[in-house]
Design a protein. Structure first.
Lengths: 447, 702
């Protein structure tokens, strides 16, 4: 089995390849719809690579070449060099600190020549490899807390660097790797606690503090009432409930206000408030100034405006949409950043509910396929890697689309394969094709 | 190991499916169940651009356009496109400095933003436009934009036509938001009265705009656009040549002229002195000219033909005679011996004629305008033994005068008309505590006391006499082009008002004969026209005015009413010239020239000299000069107090204030900027309707 295959196409999952091609094509078409202006000479601008859609096509080509190279590579190469790549990625991210260029408020981009590179974006691949490598080690016992902590550290470390580069959106992506760890045996309680915590934080923001405290107390009381028999037998349960209640109220009363006041940037607070539909009242003039500066640099207009326009664009699409190049919202630049983060608007407006639904269907198919591929791997490395790909894609898709339809705060992360952007497209291409390569060797046990 | 956590794979799949379902649910909510987003998107991207129709044209009775449309040009600027403009050259062409240039560009940005065009200078003078037209390619970001403007080819009929101005919030509210900010609407005159007809129907062109509000093309290829429908034209009774003549004759005079066609009630000419060229209020200097006219104390903007309320003086006498004849207190043979005054009451009423027999019968009394006769006739009518007391007599008399359409608005097709005053019992009850008799108000018999009429009412009353009892409400517009049943504006002008047809024809004949005698042998021999039987009545009304807080008697108002020809009346005229003396001196000749012009379509050559003589006569009352000086100096003082700018007030220092009747009028002084609230008033604030008549009103009493 460690012999090289005479032809690279053997064992390749063509469904994934086709889904990839379809998605990138939809992306190029959407970028075209979002940026084309009537009367532009299509062929001329296309060939001169001056327009975004022609550049995206070029990246598609580069991605294709990269894909072929990846498919030609031996699977063992990835297991063998995973840690090396991780080190390389971290190195790149550290290089950003002295060599970054300020683009739109983030400090995560290195520029050389005409190219921009965002290591935080690229690093996803390396983290995925390293995590898979760590989890697949024979000596790793993932039920051990220490192993869990190390795995978490592998994922979270780049996230911390990313936050330091003012790129919170990308940092959040690294937390999606917890899904991989969950699959590999991270206690379910951690996910449940994480989820409950999220619900509690949202509730804290939406509900009046006193009301929430009363509700929490009632829940605790109800729990004690329901569990009264068990409590009679086990005194500890009562203390546990009391403890949980105490922690919840503490978070609601002190932790969340503290985080919003001291940890988060005012513009981030404002975006979160915008999403849940609350007015954020800045505390002082410097905060107002900061919000304005951030908003101005990030997206030109405040997040609220973006989301409003984006919702209008998608909502006005109706059932079948206005047709390609007919959307007034996207054609006339009402939605800012519509070729990158808000590209979903173009589809929602142009092709309506059916178009959006179809795109979601393609994504769903892609994710399900990746998971089923993951489950058919013999080697843990491949399975972990596949789950990593699924998690990253899932997180990107969810957050990006939810942001455009007003379900999540504005976090600037791209829609996989569709948003304009070279680094993003190439990253996702590499991510996916390494998986395809690994899958082609699914009979092999890689360590 | 791989079997170990297999169930979690399902959980992960379920989580993914759950989140995707949530997204689909929100998409269903946004795209299928919310209609508002479609409307919002349209609102965002589609700009309904209003297409303004051409306003209707107003023609005179011979089909000449009195009021027409023309194109002027505005210079527009799009600030974002100004690059490489030779600012100095442009400023030189526009005759402004670079500071002003910068100020205007900044204003434009503040008003409309960088990407949308704003007006840089409106209504360019023809010369400036010509210079710019040649060079406009040198100024990127600047463009010349057409703008329809009203024009008056005959430079006449300013008061009748009125003017158009931008709709203000009050008008917009009244129209229930039919008009929008920036729309032009008729603000006075026929322009206002016939606004619904003249304005036409606005069209809409749906344009697509982008996020910076730039218009980038037509929406859906213009399939929802509606074309503008031009306003409809008005055909009036005005004879523009007679109108021009009237305006020429009233030059340098305060007063009014109204000429009506008795058979139709159609107004042939109407002017108010002093007058002005309506083109002054359309061109590039319109604001400057408007301020100048507005600050002039002789009130050229005021239409005295419908707003000036004068005691009719002797011109009332034919009406008094008709009332007396119909009531049976007079006959055509009634006479009185008058020796220069009426002594029936405590205070004698003077009469201008003294020779014996000038009031031997009714005809002669009218011809010589005998005050004694008509004072007596009035008292007879009030103290008619038919009635139980003079109270009933006065009520009856009031009723007669109301039928002559006096004491209330006639309902002419101009806005803001005044109604004059016909006193009734209540007025005297109030003033004399219910103890009055016919002597109290005897001078009503000679058209004085509390009796006040507008020149329009006078002309209309003459029409009733000429028509022997009926009249049509005076109006300008004969037909509306393309008139339909829905055009109800003209209905009331086509209804015959048979108010006094019960008076015997013989009585009318008697009075009309008397009026013919006025011209043939009596006081108005100046009004004779060869070959035409003219009937007329002169009037010389006492003229009082508050000057510097003192009620001062000024020179009499010269009044004249007439109609001609007697057999088939084609024109009836009323003329008032304030402060000008006898009716026959100025008012009479003016009416005579107009009648001749209208009836013969031309003036005899020897009469042209007369036209020049009257036209050149400056009869502006002397007190105006003093009044103007007072107002200007007060304004200059306020200006100085506000700005510490001494340039204006200097002119008034160490200079003696002109006394009445001494100095000829100056041009009103113009401060460089509008002063305080005075000139910032909107045009509407000084519309005749809102302004208390300055020159006359309640100061006239005899």
């Amino acid at each position: 089995m460690n012999q090289r295959k005479p032809e690279i196409s053997k064992g390749i999952d063509w469904l994934l390849v086709w889904l990839y091609i379809i998605l990138v094509s939809i992306g190029i078409m959407s970028i075209f719809a979002a940026t084309y202006h009537e009367g532009d000479p299509v062929i001329q601008t296309f060939l001169s690579l001056k327009t975004d859609y022609s550049r995206q096509t070029l990246y598609f080509g580069i991605g294709g070449v990269l894909a072929v190279f990846i498919l030609l590579t031996d699977s063992k190469f990835f297991t063998a060099t995973a840690n090396l790549w991780y080190a390389f990625g971290i190195g790149l991210m550290l290089l950003v600190f002295p060599f970054h260029t300020d683009v739109k408020g983030t400090q995560s981009i290195i520029r050389f020549g005409g190219f921009q590179l965002q290591p935080a974006e690229l690093c996803k691949v390396f983290v995925n490899l390293a995590l898979a490598k760590y989890l697949s080690r024979v000596e790793t016992n993932f039920s051990d807390t220490r192993a869990q902590l190390i795995a978490a550290a592998i994922a979270v470390f780049p996230a911390l660097l990313s936050i330091l580069q003012h790129e919170t959106g990308l940092a959040l992506v690294y937390f999606s790797f917890f899904l991989v760890m969950f699959r590999e045996g991270l206690p379910a309680a951690i996910l449940i606690i994480g989820f409950s915590l999220a619900v509690l934080v949202v509730a804290t923001l939406v509900v009046d503090p006193n009301t929430l405290a009363i509700v929490l107390t009632i829940i605790a009381g109800a729990a004690i009432f329901i569990l009264r028999r068990q409590i009679k037998r086990k005194r500890r349960l009562l203390f546990m409930i009391a403890g949980i209640w105490f922690v919840c109220v503490g978070i609601q009363r002190f932790a969340v206000p503290y985080v919003f006041d001291k940890v988060l940037q005012p513009y981030q607070v404002k975006r979160i408030y915008d999403t849940i539909g609350k007015d954020y009242v800045p505390k002082n003039a410097s905060e107002i100034l900061e919000i304005e500066q951030k908003a101005g640099k990030k997206t030109k207009e405040d997040g609220d405006y973006n989301v409003k326009q984006s919702k209008i664009a998608i909502g006005s699409g109706g059932l079948v949409g206005k047709g390609l190049l007919k959307g007034t919202q996207t054609r006339y630049d009402f939605v800012p950043e519509q070729r990158t983060d808000f590209i979903f608007c173009t589809i929602g407006e142009g092709f309506g509910f059916l178009g959006s639904f179809a795109l979601l269907g393609i994504y769903f198919l892609l994710l399900m396929r990746i998971i089923s591929i993951a489950e058919r791997q013999r080697s843990v490395f491949s399975r972990c890697y596949a789950y990593g790909v699924a998690s990253v894609l899932f997180f990107h898709i969810t957050i990006n689309i939810c942001m455009t339809i007003g379900l999540a705060p504005v976090i600037g992360i791209p829609l996989p394969f569709i948003s304009y952007g070279g680094t993003a497209l190439l990253t996702f291409t590499i991510l996916l094709f390494i998986l395809i390569r690994l899958d082609a060797d699914r009979q092999m046990v890689l360590r | 190991m791989s079997v170990f956590n297999q169930s979690r794979s399902t959980i992960i799949r379920l989580i993914i499916a759950g989140i995707f379902l949530l997204i689909v649910a929100q998409l269903v909510n946004l795209q299928l169940f919310s209609n508002k987003y479609k409307a919002l998107a349209l609102n965002n991207a589609v700009y309904p651009k209003v297409k303004y129709p051409d306003r209707g044209i107003i023609y005179d009775r011979k089909g000449k356009a009195i009021l027409n449309n023309t194109i002027m040009y505005d210079l527009e600027v799009t600030p974002s496109q100004i690059k490489g403009v030779d600012t100095n050259y442009l400023c030189q062409l526009l005759e402004i400095d670079t500071i002003e240039f910068k100020k205007r560009v900044v204003n434009a940005i503040v008003k409309n933003g960088r990407y949308r065009p704003s007006i840089f200078e409106d209504l360019l003078a023809p010369l400036v436009h010509a210079r710019l037209e040649e060079n406009i390619y040198k100024f990127p970001g600047f463009s010349l934009v057409e703008r329809p403007v009203r024009t008056y080819p005959f430079q006449a009929a300013a008061h009748i036509m009125g003017y158009i101005g931008e709709a203000d919030s009050a008008i917009i509210k009244r129209s229930e938001n039919f008009y929008r900010l920036g729309d032009f609407v008729g603000r006075s005159g026929l322009e206002q009265f016939y606004e619904p007809v003249l304005m036409g129907k606005r069209g809409v062109e749906y344009m697509i705009k982008d996020n910076k509000n730039r218009l980038v093309g037509k929406y859906e290829n213009g399939q929802f656009d509606t074309a503008a429908i031009a306003g409809r034209n008005l055909r009036t009774y005005i004879d523009i040549e007679v109108q021009q003549l009237a305006e020429k004759l009233m030059r340098g005079k305060v007063g009014a002229v109204v000429a009506i066609e008795p058979k139709t009630g159609g107004i042939i000419a109407m002017t108010s002195g002093p007058n002005f060229d309506p083109n002054l209020l359309t061109g590039p200097d319109k604001q400057k000219n408007f301020n100048k006219l507005f600050l002039d104390v002789s009130s050229p903007l005021l239409n005295r033909a419908i707003k000036g309320q004068y005691p009719p003086g002797s011109t009332y006498k034919p009406l008094g005679a008709l009332v007396g004849l119909d009531e049976g207190v007079l006959t055509s043979a009634s006479g009185i011996g008058c020796a220069g005054a009426y002594y029936g009451c405590r205070r004698p009423v003077k009469c201008t004629e003294k020779f014996a027999g000038h009031a031997a019968n009714l005809r002669l009394a009218i011809a010589w305008s005998c005050n004694s006769f008509f004072s007596n006739a009035f008292r007879l009518a009030i103290d008619n033994p038919k009635f139980k007391d003079s109270r009933e007599g006065l009520t009856r008399w009031h009723d007669y005068l109301s039928r002559f359409d006096l004491g209330h608005r006639t309902g002419i097709d101009l806005p803001s008309e005044d109604g004059g005053n016909v006193p009734d019992t209540a007025a005297y009850d109030k003033e004399y505590n219910r103890s009055w008799n016919s002597c109290t108000m005897v001078t009503i018999g000679i058209g004085q006391d509390k009796l006040l009429v507008t020149p329009l009412q006078m002309a209309n009353a003459v029409c009733i006499v000429a028509n022997k009892g009926y009249f049509y409400t005076p109006h300008f517009v004969d037909k509306i082009d393309g008139e339909t049943k829905n055009d109800t504006l003209l209905n009331k002008y086509r209804r015959k008002n048979e108010v006094l047809t019960h008076i015997a024809d013989a009585d009318f004949e008697t009075v009309i004969s008397g009026m013919q005698d006025v011209v043939d042998i009596g006081t108005a021999r100046v009004a004779k026209i060869p070959g035409i039987n003219v009937c007329a009545k002169t009037g010389t009304a006492e003229n009082y005015r508050m000057i510097d807080g003192v009620r001062t008697k000024l020179k009499d108002n010269s009044m004249f009413v007439c109609f001609a020809p007697r057999e088939n009346p084609k024109i009836a005229i009323a003329v008032v010239v304030e402060n000008a003396g006898f009716g026959a001196t100025w008012a009479g000749p003016i009416a005579a020239l107009m009648m001749e012009k209208y009836l013969n379509d031309t003036l005899r050559t020897e009469r042209l000299k007369e036209v020049e003589r009257i036209s050149n006569a400056d009869l502006l009352p002397g007190y105006l000069v003093r009044e103007q000086y007072k107002q200007d100096s007060i304004r200059a003082y306020n200006w100085f107090k506000m700005t510490k700018d001494t340039s204006v007030i200097k002119r008034f220092l160490r200079k003696s204030v002109p006394k009445p009747e001494e100095v000829k009028p100056l041009n009103p002084v113009q401060p460089k900027e509008p002063v305080g609230r005075v000139t910032r008033l909107s045009p509407e604030a000084i519309l005749p309707g809102r302004q208390k008549i300055v020159s006359n009103s309640n100061t006239y009493q005899a």
